[in-house]
Ligand binder design. Structure first.
Ligand code: ISL
Length: 543
């Protein structure tokens, strides 16, 4: 693990929705530059920048048509260079999103493949149909079919796309693809970026194209999840590129279990520094993420403990651009929105691991206020609607499903002020603004000494100053009902954390006493108030 980034506070920016400098309704790089002082003030060390590369935008930049150019609506390469320099001047590093499972179908490689150039056909996964049918029975991440006819239909050739049909999967058996991606990585590292968040990195290598075992979703995944081939590619990328720059990588690893995660970031194998696991994000769903069920705190707490004790080093996150907002998912919101947001942030800074914050989480932004599918832009949500329709699910039910799960819930424009356009844009925002920006916004929160941001800063600064929080071991003390408590310990020094997931008063778990150092409430009562969070220095001899 690269020690430079182990204890960093990482802040994810989804450029489209962060800050718009030119009034076209879409966030951009100059907008980000204008907010760097704010990020420095929060105590952010690293920015993870979601894709800013040239893209036809079928999946908001995760479909890249030129890895060495900037999406014009985000600005120019000169803007990017300035962002990097300005961030550096404030002690902030930038990691890029590395999307190398697939390109856009508008990438020149795919265009040349379509034009019949064998060299480039071999950059993608193109297979013959089987007896007039598709090459295999696999599923697709976006509720679609993963095979699309390639070129002239009479050739009966199909290309694989695990995501949208505008995102053809790359052929990682081809050493040319490996060389191209190494060059792209060097291009950005030479500019001075600190590393990469590697998109769906544990599915890039497919070990066979046989039919898969029938599953509710993603039939066929046993053929590509964390294969030996992927391990080999990752260690080569590390040796040939990452290590030469002292860079840092965090892998987005879908459907990963603990043994897989251990292998992917095992120090001796030298593959990734750390991984994003998903299991704790599944605690309010039935079987698939599109079927949400009532949130059960115990399931979340038990899953957190399972990963804290099962994996030596975790990424700590509750939000990103693919997940609904945590304050909506894991608390009742309403009058408890701010206190709940603080409690969740408290956990992100006191569990063992590297803290990742998603834009807006620091003010407790909530799920979007969408009224119908017409207001949703996310391709995944539209595909899910089509799929549900084909299954005979009628509309109020379909919308109910999508409203809660759509990735657009996290993509509504950042709420900077209570003004028109929420201080995000002077034009018409690309995605509906949440009307609660009138009260939930950065300016207002900053002016409140008890605001969510003030709490964020306090707990972030505390973590930076505390070896116990940074390096200490983890031990669960309580995960009963809706109260979570754990201990962090280093060389005999201990800290205890208590967090309530209840909107009612709760008893403090037995045996927990000491001086409360940080809390999301005034004063310390005998009982835990709704969503109360406490960081406690235990009395000597207690516990
Ligand atoms: O949203 C999801 C998790 O709940 C997944 O289905 C998601 O698509 C998966 O985590 C992969 O995500 C990444 O790759 C996608 C892109 O759409 C996502 O935005 C990105 O984070 C394809 O590049």
């Amino acid at each position: 693990m690269n020690p430079k980034y182990k204890h960093a506070t990482v802040y994810q920016i989804y450029p489209r929705s962060f800050a718009d400098s030119d009034g076209d309704g879409v966030g951009d790089i100059r907008g980000i530059i204008s907010k760097l002082d704010y990020l420095a003030e929060l105590g952010v060390d690293v920015i993870w920048l979601s894709p800013v590369y040239k893209s036809p935008n079928d999946d908001n930049g995760y479909d890249i048509s030129d890895y060495r150019d900037i999406q014009p609506e985000f600005g120019t390469m000169a803007d990017f260079d300035e962002l990097l320099a300005e961030a550096k001047a404030r002690g902030i590093s930038i990691i890029m999103d590395l999307v190398i499972n697939h390109t856009s179908d508008e990438h020149e490689w795919f265009k040349k493949a379509l034009a019949g150039e064998e060299k480039y056909k071999n950059y993608y996964i193109i297979k013959k149909g089987k007896n007039g049918k598709l090459p295999n029975n696999w599923g697709n991440f976006f509720a679609d079919c993963p095979w699309e006819p390639f070129g002239d239909p009479k050739n009966e050739e199909y290309f694989l796309h695990l995501f949208s049909k505008k995102q053809p999967d790359l052929n990682w058996y081809n050493p040319e693809v490996y060389r191209e991606i190494c060059d792209i990585m060097r291009f950005w590292l030479d500019k001075g970026v600190a590393g990469f968040r590697c998109d769906v990195i544990n599915v890039i290598h497919k070990k066979s194209f046989e039919d898969g075992k029938r599953q509710l979703v993603l039939t066929g995944r046993e053929h590509y999840l964390s294969t030996d081939g992927t391990h080999r590619i990752l260690s080569s990328l590390r040796r040939d590129v990452i290590d030469k720059y002292d860079a840092f990588t965090v892998g987005e690893t879908v459907m990963v279990d603990i043994p897989m995660a251990r292998d992917l970031c095992d120090e001796s194998r030298r593959e990734l520094d750390m991984v994003f696991a998903f299991e704790h994000m599944e605690c309010d769903q039935i079987a698939v993420k599109w079927f949400k069920t009532k949130f059960k705190p115990k399931k979340l707490m038990k899953t957190l403990t399972k990963w804290q004790t099962g994996l030596n080093w975790n990424t700590l996150y509750f939000e990103n651009h693919d997940q609904p907002r945590s304050v909506t998912r894991f608390t009742k919101g309403g009058e408890y929105r701010a206190v709940g947001a603080k409690m969740l942030l408290g956990l992100l800074f006191t569990l063992r691991g590297t803290t990742f914050i998603y834009q807006g989480e620091e003010i407790g932004m909530t799920n979007g206020a969408f009224d119908s599918l017409d207001e949703i832009m996310d391709i995944e949500s539209h595909n899910v609607d089509k799929m549900a329709k084909s299954m005979g699910i009628i509309n109020p039910f379909r919308w109910n499903l999508i409203k809660k799960t759509s990735r657009d819930n996290a993509r509504t424009p950042m709420q900077w002020t209570d003004g028109e356009g929420a201080g995000f844009t002077s034009g018409t925002p690309w995605l509906k603004l949440h009307p609660n920006h009138k009260t939930v916004n950065v300016r207002r929160d900053l002016s409140n000494p008890d605001g969510v941001i003030a709490f964020f800063k306090k707990v972030n600064a505390y973590k930076k100053s505390s070896e116990v929080l940074k390096e200490g071991s983890f031990k669960e003390l309580c995960a009963e009902g809706d109260v979570y408590a754990f201990e962090r310990e280093l060389d005999g020094e201990r800290l205890t954390v208590v967090a309530s997931f209840s909107d009612k008063t709760r008893a403090l778990p037995e045996g927990i006493e000491g001086e409360c150092i940080i809390s999301n409430y005034e004063g310390v009562g005998e009982k835990l108030r709704p969503y109360e969070f406490r960081l406690i220095k235990p009395k000597l001899g207690a516990n």
